[in-house]
Design a protein around this ligand. Structure first.
Ligand code: R1P
Ligand code: GUN
Length: 339
């Protein structure tokens, strides 16, 4: 099979991926070189794509591999300009990427060495285009650590690629279970701060040898969610008559939802909403100096009493996210307009 055939594709008839790239050449270019040439990583992963085809070896821990992969992606599309805004679409919120104007879609399956999505509601496309007149890149589908054997470095590879392609501001969304009693189905929660549970016990994307080209060894996340952006988002929510709160997001490892006793525990910790994503991406974004705005879509209400608890399901999460999707897309479009 030729590289041309693999890379050429049309999604919804709008993709215009450049055909001239030879995948075999990319594979060679993507061999791991080690940090600064003096450290050879041995944990490069041969990522098998959904179609069973084995792509180039990319070591997500290797700076040179990330830069090469970012350049491969740059060459797969005809970028209109540098995307300075990156959006990670959470469960059921991928509709936003479909709204982009003049868009170019690169399926993850066509990107050598890229991981794949497996969660319903995460399509698995990198989408470039204009939103509110600004050139953005959207991840239409994210990588949850529970899908990828808790390999947080692999799951945050797209954030480092965004950075290399020019992203300065990242908007990250997720679906989450509300545990603040004021929260209702379909409300938005502007993330003020987070509790990164996996990170607290050693599952951080920053664990391992640090190549200083990625950023600092020790990253301060005291101001991870930009205050100015939060204030702007609150004003926009008011103007648009969107119910939005501000609160603390907790990322658990998942994929099981919380037991009522765990929900109670998180309440004591001061959490407002629970999910299984976002914190790893935000941590890496802060390491490379990307400004972050994050919000949760409250798709279900956490149970805190085993005697009255009801089942939580991903179907329910997706259904509520779908109902709130138009509102959430309007919210993000207005934020981008104001950036
Ligand atoms: O955080 P996003 O990607 O929105 O997905 C959320 O929804 C899924 C559970 O329903 C989990 O993956 C949780 O993290
Ligand atoms: N951990 C967790 N993730 C979610 N994603 C959507 N709802 C929930 C929830 O209740 N708990």
């Amino acid at each position: 099979m030729s590289g041309e055939n693999l890379i050429m594709s049309s999604v919804n008839g709008v993709s215009s991926i450049r055909p001239e790239i030879a995948l075999n050449g990319l594979a060679n270019g993507l061999k791991s070189n080690g940090i600064n040439g003096h450290h050879e990583h041995t944990n490069g992963v041969d990522h098998k794509h959904a179609n069973g085809h084995k792509h180039a070896t990319v070591d997500p821990r290797n700076y040179d591999d990330i830069i090469r992969l970012a350049e491969v992606i740059r060459n797969m599309v005809d970028l209109k300009e540098s995307p300075t805004i990156g959006v990670i679409c959470g469960s059921g919120l991928g509709d936003l990427a479909d709204l982009l104007v003049d868009k170019q879609v690169v399926p993850y399956t066509k990107i050598p060495g890229f991981p794949q999505t497996s969660v319903v509601g995460h399509k698995g496309n990198l989408v470039f285009g204009y939103l509110s007149g600004k050139y953005v890149m959207c991840l239409q589908g994210r990588f949850h650590p529970y899908e990828h054997d808790m390999d947080l470095v692999l799951c945050t590879m797209p954030v480092r690629i965004m950075h290399h392609l020019g992203v300065k501001t990242m908007i990250v969304s997720n679906a989450a279970g509300g545990i603040n009693h004021k929260f209702n189905y379909g409300d938005l929660m502007i993330i003020k701060d987070h509790v990164f549970m996996p990170g607290l016990v050693g599952f951080s994307p920053l664990v391992g040898l640090n190549d200083p080209r990625f950023g600092a060894r020790f990253v301060s996340v005291h101001d991870a969610y930009d205050k100015q952006l939060r204030n702007m988002a609150r004003r926009i929510a008011d103007e648009e008559d969107i119910r939005a709160h501000e609160g603390i997001y907790v990322m658990s490892g998942g994929p099981q939802y919380e037991s009522p006793a765990e929900v109670k525990l998180y309440k004591v910790l001061g959490a407002d909403a629970l999910g299984m994503s976002t914190c790893h991406e935000v941590t890496v974004a802060r390491q490379c100096g990307i400004r972050v705005f994050g919000f949760s879509l409250i798709t279900n209400i956490g149970n805190d009493d085993a005697d009255t608890s009801v089942e939580v399901s991903h179907e329910e999460v997706l259904e509520t996210a779908k109902e709130a999707s138009v509102r959430a897309c309007r919210f993000v479009s207005r934020i981008v307009e104001n950036l």
